[in-house]
Design a protein around this ligand. Structure first.
Ligand code: AMP
Length: 421
């Protein structure tokens, strides 16, 4: 049996890298005042159809949808924003009229074509600011992502920003776009031909070559923004400048999900090639209403953690994990093993890593194993040691050894530096 295509195991030698990223995320989110939310991995399919938009690639081609034994249509979450909004409404978080700042870390599922940086089960860290209309909120989430990458030491990231307008100005642009693509319809892929009338902005986001070529000269949304959207976009740019965050304007950036309004942004790391977007997000003022709640202007983003990890590895930015003091206890005979187990327990209680043989090895075999395991100290308990009540404690780095009474071993170890780095 093998893990399914597009999924991967994270083994112990890599798991610490994930903990490293997640600890940095949690620390930073707490400084920004974001509370963690954990929502179920599956939801009613309708939530995503309504939330993400039923002409998007995610909903039409990529969802893991199945009927459960009760006959309900269920979908493994392809992203977390719709679920966060569902939870926000279900628990009436809007009732206190406050801005709610949430973050999440977890697995998402999309039936994508697997390749480097693109998987079928992948992990996202994301934030959602619910109930904030001000462009200062857009600037805050961008600065959170930016600061995270900066704290992790990442270089050469590029922030792309755009405004995709609102319900007032986008229809005018939409019409222009339909007219433009109509004249080039033969170069579009079948999906885009189909969705041209319903959702022409999606063509700008299509990865097919013909569609990209057609999109290259398309009218720009930023030429059609209404006064209010233009003012918000200008304010966002001023905030970013004030925060010292440089950006590139990208009028083609529309993002793959339908719920965005006004701000859309992406943070890219070009060496990742085709999957260069590490972070994507924007404002979604209509989503909460779409899902049945009150008008709640909101903004958020999601970071792909596999891509973040790839970028960190490419720039050699993941420190080796801290190694606790490590003791191997070699014991021969039942009584010695019983004594060793007691010492092992006491050492572990002091935060020291303590290992013993679990495979019935000889004393010589255990000594070899101690060397292989990278232990700093080996504690040896044979018949003589049992009789005297003290064990041989050998420093593996120095090769020196001392006799230490059983009870004094945890203190003796605790007072010493780790020998092997
Ligand atoms: P989205 O939810 O589509 O806005 O994507 C946000 C971020 O999630 C992207 O910028 C990627 O970093 C990451 N991402 C999206 N889809 C995948 C995938 N199939 N595999 C790995 N990462 C992904």
């Amino acid at each position: 049996m093998q893990a399914l295509r597009g999924t991967q195991d994270i083994l112990p030698e890599d798991a610490y890298k994930w903990n490293y990223m997640e600890s940095a995320i949690r620390r930073l989110c707490s400084c920004y005042g974001y509370g963690e939310i954990r929502t179920p991995m599956f939801e009613a399919t309708e939530l995503f159809q309504r939330g993400i938009g039923d002409t998007t690639d995610v909903v039409t081609k990529e969802m893991y949808t199945f009927t459960d034994r009760g006959g309900r249509s269920i979908t493994l979450r392809p992203e977390n924003t719709a679920s966060a909004v569902r939870a926000y409404l279900e628990h009436k978080l809007y009732g206190d009229q406050q801005v709610h700042k949430l973050f999440y870390i977890g697995s998402m599922f999309r039936y994508d074509r697997p390749q480097a940086g693109r998987y079928r089960e992948f992990h996202q860290f994301g934030v959602e600011v619910l109930g904030a209309d001000s462009p200062a909120a857009d600037a805050e989430v961008i600065s959170l992502a930016y600061t995270l990458f900066q704290k992790l030491g990442l270089k050469d990231l590029v922030l792309h920003v755009n405004s995709i307008g609102c319900g007032k100005c986008r229809p005018v642009y939409r019409q222009k776009l339909i007219e433009y693509f109509r004249e080039r319809e033969e170069t579009l892929c079948d999906t885009c031909k189909d969705r041209l009338e319903k959702n022409p902005l999606r063509v700008l986001d299509c990865k097919e070559e013909g569609c990209r070529a057609a999109a290259a000269g398309a009218p720009k949304i930023t030429d059609y923004l209404c006064e209010e959207c233009q003012a918000k976009f200008d304010a966002l740019k001023r905030y970013l400048t004030a925060l010292g965050i440089s950006y590139e304007l990208d009028p083609q950036l529309v993002r793959g999900l339908d719920y965005y309004t006004n701000t859309a942004f992406e943070i890219q790391y070009t060496p990742l090639g085709a999957q260069s977007a590490i972070c994507g997000g924007g404002r979604y003022d209509g989503l909460v209403e779409e899902i049945g709640g009150p008008h709640t202007p909101s903004v958020g983003f999601a970071v792909g953690l596999e891509r973040l990890l790839l970028a960190l590895e490419m720039q050699h930015l993941i420190p080796e994990p801290a190694k606790p003091r490590h003791v191997y206890i070699a014991a021969l005979g039942e009584a010695a093993v019983a004594e060793g187990v007691k010492i092992q327990q006491a050492l572990r209680g002091e935060g020291v890593r303590a290992d013993m043989d679990l495979q019935g090895r000889s004393l010589k075999g255990q000594m070899k194993q101690a060397g292989r395991s990278g232990a700093d100290y080996t504690v040896i308990i044979g018949d003589n040691e049992l009789a005297s009540g003290s064990a041989v404690v050998k420093s593996m780095a120095e090769g020196s050894q001392e006799n230490i009474s059983f009870e004094a071993i945890p203190k003796y170890i605790a007072e010493r530096e780790t020998g092997v780095q």
